[in-house]
Write a protein of this length. Structure first.
Length: 311
């Protein structure tokens, strides 16, 4: 049996049991074995603890719930290896994920972030995703930035193995897009390797956090485009494109949120809320659109999107 100490598969868990065994078994059944840990964000039951004991997996339980981003950080902190991949409890790894990672690191020892392609699991069936991603060896992450602007956000953080020494911590003042905020804020400092094979299975389901908090994630996207990516854009053309993406994400948010919801988000003191209020104050066109009824904006946005006018 082949084994490596170079990487830890760390699983952040909280309450949800439904898909855990499949996810854990996918980590255990790698062609090259590695360290595996489960980090429980103070669940109310002992299911994870009992299962880990039965399978010989190292288990940790936080003394209190430290939030999703905090628990992902805790996984990285507790991993006793050079690299960490955080496998979510409702997803699955291909049996050759670790093998592929090791092959890439052997060929390119300077890689900071390894990632792979992925598929979506919807109701037990597998489907391709809609993102366009760069693959192969990337000496710096400028290509990651360029692809995010050209083809929209889509970096598969969940498929990534991160070198511990480059991790600087997540922004925890807001619950949405903390992983994208970190990776896109720092991508131009890192060396990447992307495997074009689908080595990760991302499950979509009714208990999924991204699905149940879609408005929170939508609210964070204009900032990522207009502040993070626009600042890092290598030329004026991509700067303009990042601004256009930000505009349409603001319209998308307006099309989804009620007037009272928008007021609540505007009170948010995170960097996203501060950006949002400033955008409404400084851009009269955005302010006019936000004064329109939600239904009208929703209809117009869907029409423009269908016609291909949105970014």
């Amino acid at each position: 049996m082949r084994y490596t100490d170079l990487i830890t598969i760390a699983m952040p868990v909280y309450e949800r049991k439904e898909y855990f065994l499949e996810a854990l078994d996918s980590a255990i059944n790698q062609t090259i074995k590695c360290r595996i840990i489960v980090v429980d964000n103070n669940s109310s039951h002992d299911f994870f603890k009992t299962t880990c004991k039965q399978k010989g997996i190292k288990y940790y339980k936080n003394e209190r719930n430290i939030g999703m981003a905090g628990n992902f950080e805790r996984c990285i902190e507790l991993a006793e290896s050079e690299y960490v991949t955080t496998l979510q409890d409702d997803d699955k790894l291909s049996p050759i994920y670790v093998e592929s990672f090791l092959d890439a690191i052997t060929k390119h020892p300077d890689v900071d972030v390894f990632f792979s392609n992925f598929v979506k699991n919807i109701g037990g069936s597998k489907y391709p995703h809609s993102h366009i991603l760069p693959y192969g060896y990337m000496k710096d992450g400028k290509k990651i930035i360029e692809y995010a602007i050209k083809y929209k956000l889509g970096f598969p953080y969940m498929c990534s193995s991160i070198k511990k020494t480059i991790f600087s911590g997540f922004y925890k003042e807001y619950a949405g897009s903390y992983d994208w905020l970190w990776i896109y804020s720092n991508a131009d400092k890192f060396t990447f390797y992307g495997d074009s094979r689908a080595l990760y299975e991302f499950r979509e389901h009714e208990l999924q956090d991204t699905r149940n908090n879609s408005l929170k994630y939508c609210f964070s996207l204009p900032y990522l485009y207009d502040v993070i990516l626009k600042e890092k854009a290598p030329n004026r053309k991509l700067e303009r494109r990042a601004s256009i993406h930000a505009f349409w994400e603001l319209i998308c948010f307006k099309s989804m949120a009620t007037k009272d919801t928008i007021k609540e988000f505007a009170k948010n003191e995170s960097l996203y809320g501060i950006y949002f209020v400033r955008k409404l104050s400084n851009n009269i066109f955005i302010r006019i659109i936000y004064a329109l009824p939600k239904g009208a904006v929703y209809f117009a946005y869907r029409v423009f999107r269908k016609l291909g006018f949105t970014s």
